[in-house]
Design a protein around this ligand. Structure first.
Ligand SMILES: NC(=O)c1ccc[n+]([C@@H]2O[C@H](COP(=O)([O-])OP(=O)(O)OC[C@H]3O[C@@H](n4cnc5c(N)ncnc54)[C@H](O)[C@@H]3O)[C@@H](O)[C@H]2O)c1
Length: 445
């Protein structure tokens, strides 16, 4: 059993702290957001993540996990402090490190005994050294410490399973002994452990996310070509994915990537490259293709309806992917912004994302379920592939709509079945895109 402090109780920090507590460690999790801390102390989760609430409750009850807004309290017994604060995009695409700087300064001022400072936030290459400088220059008196980079690879929606069974643990430090001690903490996870230097560990995280984003943009480019040549991207991806050199993951064509990581991390890596005089041309293409996906969906919708002004569009799904409430860089919201700008009226339904989306986009008219959403809609847009959308009663949906038009940004449905049901169905890369006056075609059905 080790004493661990975790800084930041967001998607990464709360999962990290709770999982380390579940492994038998004593964890104090801290956040500067006093409301989040007070909520957690009352047993209320600040985020939606399957399985998390039950695990938090169990570990709090066992006395292994508690929450505080106080740095001195969090660090009083800690041997390790994990930093998991946000590193959003700055104005030019660079990672904004203001939260990390504040956390490092607070740690420096509050620490009273030697500490291993483990950085879980995704940070530009070289940040570990920068954090060490901040700690050194803000300590009231010198106390020994080490900095270790331990980038996080969990995915929202399956964060607990990802944390508990990672594909690998990456650790970077200039001090081998500190990295070994952090490695000990991770041994129960039984994953391969890569120990390297600080900068290399930081780079592994960016390179991994950039590669995954590249896979998504690649399959989206192939989907575009499929539409022009009459091939089906779903079968192309399946056929490709059996090759172990390619793999099946991240080959779903559609609206493109979103969320709190891929968009900002690809941008930040491109920024780091450009700042050092390198030309990140592949990363630029990945970002361009991804931005085009949202525009293409709006184009398909405009084409299907013969214009968007005054049309009522229903958004099926708002979060950037299923099983999370995270709306950061959600494709649905980007599409919604473009549709509103063209004069459409928007309704929406999402199993968990509606409260957050209402705060961000009050123009969205929220509904209680997909059937209520469909009422009076000229078209529906599938923006998030929630499980509950897979088995919808499609004839009932059609009955409720003003026009039977579905633009499927996640390729969830079978085009021939949708056509049989009388929908005008548009997806991404599923054979020849039909031309003509589709709204009239749909009305005639
Ligand atoms: N979300 C993911 O799926 C994921 C996966 C891997 C890596 N990451 C990386 O992990 C980091 C955290 O991401 P997240 O999604 O958990 O962020 P988040 O925004 O959900 O949470 C960050 C938390 O840090 C708190 N905070 C900010 N400044 C603080 C300070 N000075 N002291 C204490 N708390 C402070 C905020 O109040 C917030 O609760 C980012 O660098 C991200 O890129 C995220």
């Amino acid at each position: 059993m080790k004493d661990i402090a975790v800084i930041g109780v967001g998607y990464v920090g709360l999962v990290t702290g709770t999982c380390f507590a579940d492994l038998g460690n004593r964890v104090v999790a801290l956040d500067i957001n006093a409301e989040k801390v007070a909520g957690l102390q009352r047993g209320e989760m600040p985020i939606y993540e399957p399985g998390l609430e039950e695990m938090v409750t169990r570990n709090v009850a066992a006395g292994r996990l508690r929450f505080t807004p106080s740095y001195p309290e969090a660090l009083a017994e800690a041997e390790f402090v994990f930093i998991a604060v946000g590193t959003p995009s700055g104005v030019d695409g660079e990672a904004d490190l203001k939260y990390l700087r504040a956390a490092a300064e607070s740690i420096a001022r509050a620490m009273t005994s030697p500490l291993i400072i483990v950085n879980k936030s995704t940070v530009p290459v070289g940040t570990g050294d920068w954090v060490a400088d901040i700690i050194r220059s803000n300590q009231p008196k010198p106390i020994p410490f080490s900095v270790v980079s331990c980038p996080e690879f969990l995915r929202e929606g399956s964060a607990i399973a990802d944390f508990m069974s990672p594909a690998r643990t990456v650790l970077g430090s200039l001090e081998r002994e500190a990295a070994d001690r952090v490695a000990q903490l991770h041994l129960p996870l039984r994953a391969p452990i890569v120990i390297t230097d600080l900068r290399t560990a930081e780079m592994i995280k960016y390179a991994s996310n950039a590669f995954l984003a590249t896979k998504i943009s690649f399959i989206n480019e192939i989907a575009n070509i499929c539409e022009a040549l009459g091939a089906d991207i779903k079968e192309v991806a399946a056929g490709m994915g059996y090759d172990p050199r390619i793999g099946r993951e991240m080959l779903q064509a559609g609206l493109g990537y979103g969320g709190s990581c891929f968009p900002k991390d690809v941008k930040a890596l491109a920024y780091m490259a450009a700042e050092k005089g390198r030309h990140p041309q592949l990363l630029q293409a990945v970002m361009e293709i991804n931005a085009d996906r949202r525009r293409q969906l709006v184009d398909k919708l405009r084409g299907a309806l013969g214009g968007l002004r005054g049309k009522t569009i229903g958004l099926l799904g708002l979060t950037f992917k299923p099983n999370t409430d995270d709306l950061r860089e959600a494709p649905a919201l980007e599409v919604a912004g473009q549709l509103l700008a063209e004069g459409a009226r928007l309704r929406a339904y999402d199993p968990v994302g509606m409260p957050g989306a209402t705060a961000l986009m009050p123009q969205l008219e929220m509904t209680d379920n997909p059937y209520e959403l469909a009422e009076g809609c000229d078209a529906l847009v599938v923006a998030t592939e929630w499980n509950e959308f897979k088995q919808l009663d499609l004839p009932r949906l059609k009955e409720a709509m003003r026009q039977p038009v579905i633009v499927d940004g996640r390729n969830m449905y079978d085009p021939s079945k949708m056509s049989e049901l009388g929908f005008l169905y548009r997806a991404f890369g599923r054979g020849f895109e039909q031309e003509g006056a589709p709204a009239a075609e749909a009305a005639a059905r």
